[in-house]
Ligand binder design. Structure first.
Ligand code: URA
Length: 408
């Protein structure tokens, strides 16, 4: 049976639901070996999958674990997902804005691996913040303050987790059918009524270009439809980091700045307002324009920031103890001109090298380090200006390659 399935996919033929189910269940049970699964994943990467196959795989992933239901939270529950990017702290900003507008937010987030940081790591940089709420605590907190951001309680789509770990080391991450079933299985199992997905493309993303993002988008919506979940997508570029800060505490600080209206007119703020207004529009069944007006209002009157503070306090965090490293180093402009590029991957690598990310699942991370981009894309700079501040793990300065900023 294993070889029949592998040969079929190698020839680009369509697999049946039963073939997909038995092969993937076999992997979970240990009767299909890693090398056999890698071989199928690579054949899927090369030959793709029909929509029917993607629907089948999504079902197999969902059925491998628990399915949460939030019937006792009133209101339409809207969830958000990002396919991952450098400096992506949108959940920390969008969650409180949306909750301040009266849409309940129960967000189960993950830790980061590789170049994309995880929301849970960012929140754990706040001393005391608990990420292990049980279902009872989640329900009571949503009733009290309308927002929870925690790690997964139940075992949602455990098969996806196993398969993802293998994709990560077998060159099979960037496959549209595999990405679609991976994302949607977790989103459906986590019980939201409506889902917004931020699909990122470009140098710092899984998907290389906008065409790939445009292929993924309808597939996500079709899967949502099967499970009676409305799915909206936003397609956004990820060549340049989002906002100023990359690194855990630094990103929380930047989220606080945005929530207090201290930052305007940059790509991070625009994306957050866009995502938040889509979520509010979906949650309250109002137009996006009306929702956007609400977003401006809760930023201006301080309710969004207050919601963030309520969230941190409710989960035990001491925001006044949030800190960054006191050891700093500057990157300065070597000529005058306009910033024409900031390479997201190279910034992410630099931040990782300081200790802000993990290469392996059990690596420890340093919450206090990272990179602050003092200048952003399109800014005019003079020779000698500070382009970025590095927050270092120790007093020892590091050698920085000249591969981040392009000035012309
Ligand atoms: N995010 C996921 O959860 N899965 C993928 O395959 C890609 C991005």
């Amino acid at each position: 049976m294993i070889n029949d399935v592998l040969n079929k996919k190698r020839l680009g033929l369509e697999l049946s639901y039963v073939e997909i189910r038995d092969f993937f269940n076999g992997f979970l049970a240990g009767s299909v070996e890693d090398y056999q699964m890698s071989s199928l994943l690579m054949a899927i990467c090369i030959n793709g999958m029909s929509e029917e196959e993607v629907f089948a795989l999504t079902k197999v992933f969902i059925d491998s674990g628990d399915i949460l239901e939030w019937d006792n939270i009133s209101g339409i529950k809207v969830d958000k997902h990002s396919t991952g990017g450098v400096g992506d702290k949108t959940t920390l900003i969008v969650g409180p804005i949306v909750a301040a507008c009266g849409v309940p937010v129960v967000k189960m987030s993950g830790r980061g691996l590789g170049y994309t940081g995880g929301t849970i790591d960012k929140l754990e940089s706040i001393p005391g913040y608990r990420v292990d709420l049980n279902e009872e605590e989640i329900l009571s907190q949503v009733k009290n303050i309308g927002i929870v951001i925690t790690s997964q309680t139940a075992d949602l789509a455990p098969m996806d987790k196993m398969v993802y770990a293998l994709r990560d080391v077998s060159g099979t991450v960037s496959s549209i059918p595999l990405i679609a079933s991976s994302i949607m299985s977790k989103k459906i199992a986590s019980g939201a009524d409506k889902i917004i997905i931020d699909i990122k493309f470009g140098r710092g993303a899984l998907l290389p270009n906008i065409n790939a993002a445009r292929k993924l988008s309808p597939l996500l919506k079709k899967i949502g439809k099967i499970y009676n979940r409305e799915v909206k997508t936003i397609i956004s570029p990820m060549d340049i980091p989002l906002g100023h800060n990359i690194g855990n505490s630094l990103e929380v600080m930047e989220a606080m700045d945005v929530l207090q209206g201290k930052e305007v007119n940059n790509s991070l703020v625009d994306l957050c307002y866009d995502l938040a207004s889509e979520m509010i529009s979906m949650g309250l069944n109002i137009s996006k324009k009306e929702a956007m007006d609400m977003v401006y209002k809760v930023i201006e009157n301080g309710e969004a920031y207050q919601k963030f503070l309520d969230l941190i306090k409710a989960q035990g965090g001491k925001i006044e103890k949030l800190q960054v490293s006191t050891f700093k180093q500057n990157i300065r402009a070597n000529k005058s001109g306009i910033i024409k590029d900031i390479n997201a991957i190279n910034v992410a690598k630099l931040s990782m090298s300081l200790g802000a990310g993990r290469e392996n699942e059990d690596d420890l991370i340093n919450y206090d380090v990272g990179v602050r981009l003092e200048k952003l894309y399109g800014d005019h700079v003079k020779k000698g200006d500070i382009l970025a501040t590095l927050y270092l793990p120790s007093a020892k300065k590091i050698k920085v390659e000249d591969n981040i900023f392009v000035i012309n």
